[in-house]
Design a binder for this molecule. Structure first.
Ligand SMILES: *Cc1c(COP(=O)(O)O)cnc(C)c1O
Length: 483
């Protein structure tokens, strides 16, 4: 059963200023029984350009606007490299508990024991999940975790009385990797991935020289493939005096299955707003904890949460630390949500990984006869197709992605990773049922039939959404925000 064609009523929604009508009010309060006075020098209600509105005007206005939106609570969101999994509502409940949501960040430690314990326990959980024993939950995003890791590597070399200038970064890396290395002062050196989509030891050996501080490896990489030679590569980098950073944004494919320390990784970040089901929420707030070996522990950001004999406290006396990266302790509300998620699943986190990988392989196998699959091998949590089979029809990845909106699905990630021309990157996550996956597969197959019989349907897509295809550059540079 396709979900297409039932978008419901879509109202045009004017600005509140155009809906308002003078004298309309949202609430009635008793008539004033004292003389009306206006504090001098202050703006009064009359001076402000606010529309007069009834309660129902306001409720409908914002509810309608919310209906133009699409989120994980609306439907499947197969955006690859983003792990747009469902965010369980219990996490929100726990984060809203007054003891957490109303705790002031400057409370004395004695009054914040519960919050400190939660941070400490979350660090312990993440240490167990990754196999790397020292953790900081301070970084506020994946990219900030990467910068933390780069700074730690920089300080580690410095403590050995030397400095190096380069970081190796595979060509399948997320764009934040070279950016984080550069922000730390390193020159990113690209390493080509070999024909099978993974890094080859020889290719790393060819560029790993005296000036190289280390390597940043995304694992699984952005082709959705496990870097099978990571251990040999790590040994090589270590032999030549470098360290290994792992971009662990894609931990949804490894949780409970892989001990990252055994891969030879020295330091990595996790994305709580991916693997651990905290919301991505319009660009933030996020959380990108960093996990490392005991050798790198002294360089972790401060303050660190420490467990004493009877209480928890914040400790900043780590002379080798890279310092502070974020005000207070990072995005605490996200830490509560991730803690709730981990506790509610426990050992079932392993099942999350199994299902995420199974779902991605199911989609890969179900669509590879109609979409070109550049790397036809078992994938991890996501799979990458492209538009090669549709070339003669003059139908592109963008056309297919836009047409998916008409069929009731969010578009996948397109034109990334850059190593695949016209890439279509699909990450279903473990939270979708087989029925939903089948609906998605059917929608893609229907679209590919349309591409043959009526390609204009794709060229003009989307047609059923509030706005049709936009000039994306103009929409970003000159946004029209009035509906
Ligand atoms: C999402 C992602 C990042 C960056 O995370 P942010 O929280 O968006 O900064 C880094 N690497 C990979 C592989 C990612 O998928």
């Amino acid at each position: 059963m396709s979900r297409a064609g039932t978008p419901g009523l879509v109202f045009n929604e004017p600005l509140l200023w155009d809906i308002g009508s003078e004298g309309r009010v949202g609430l009635s309060i008793p008539r004033q029984d004292v003389p009306h006075t206006t504090p001098s020098g202050e703006l009064t209600r009359e001076d402000l350009d606010f529309p007069d509105l009834g309660e129902v005007d306001v409720v409908r206005h914002f509810t309608r606007l919310s209906q133009w939106n699409f989120g994980v609570d609306t439907g499947m969101y197969p955006l690859g490299s983003c792990t747009m999994k469902y965010n369980p509502k219990t996490n929100e409940r726990q984060a809203a508990l007054p003891g957490f949501s109303q705790a002031h960040p400057m409370l004395p430690e004695s009054m914040a024991q519960g919050a400190l314990q939660l941070m400490y326990d979350l660090q312990e959980f993440l240490a167990e999940i990754t196999g790397l024993p020292a953790v900081s939950v301070q970084p506020a995003a994946g990219a900030q975790g990467e910068l933390t890791g780069m700074l730690m590597i920089h300080h580690w070399h410095q403590a050995r009385g030397r400095q190096k200038s380069k970081i190796l970064i595979p060509d399948t890396a997320h764009g934040t990797n070279p950016a984080s290395a550069a922000l730390c002062g390193y020159t990113p050196v690209p390493v080509p991935s070999a024909d099978h989509g993974m890094l080859a030891v020889d290719d790393v050996a060819a560029v790993m020289d005296e000036e190289t501080a280390g390597i940043m490896i995304t694992n699984p990489n952005t082709l959705g493939l496990f870097e099978e030679h990571i251990r040999e590569i790590a040994d090589l980098v270590h032999e030549r005096g470098g360290l290994v950073y792992m971009d662990g944004a894609n931990m949804n494919a490894l949780m409970g299955m892989v001990d990252v320390r055994n891969l030879g990784v020295d330091v990595m970040h996790l994305n709580l707003h991916k693997t651990f089901s905290t919301p991505h929420g319009g660009g933030g707030p996020g959380s990108g904890p960093v996990c490392c070996t005991p050798e790198l522990e002294p360089f972790l950001p401060v303050p660190r949460v420490v467990k004493g004999a009877e209480s928890f406290h914040l400790e900043s006396n780590y002379p080798e630390s890279i310092g502070r990266l974020h005000a207070f302790y990072g995005n605490f509300g996200m830490q509560v949500r991730a803690y709730s998620y981990i506790l509610s699943l426990g050992p079932l986190l392993k099942k999350v990984t199994e299902l995420a990988v199974l779902n991605a392989n199911y989609i890969k196998e179900s669509l590879k006869d109609v979409l070109h699959l550049p790397y036809d091998r078992p994938c991890m949590h996501e799979c990458v197709f492209n538009d090669e089979k549709q070339k003669d029809l003059k139908v592109t990845t963008l056309d297919m992605a836009k047409r998916l909106l008409d069929h009731g699905f969010h578009a996948p990630t397109v034109y990334f990773p850059l190593v695949v021309q016209g890439a279509i990157m699909i990450e279903p996550t473990e939270t979708e049922s087989k029925e939903t996956l089948d609906q998605f597969i059917e929608a893609v197959r229907t679209i590919l039939q349309e591409a043959e019989t009526n390609p204009d349907l794709l060229h003009e897509a989307p047609r059923r959404t509030k706005v049709s295809r936009l000039d994306e550059t103009a929409a970003a540079r000159k946004p029209c925000l009035c509906g």
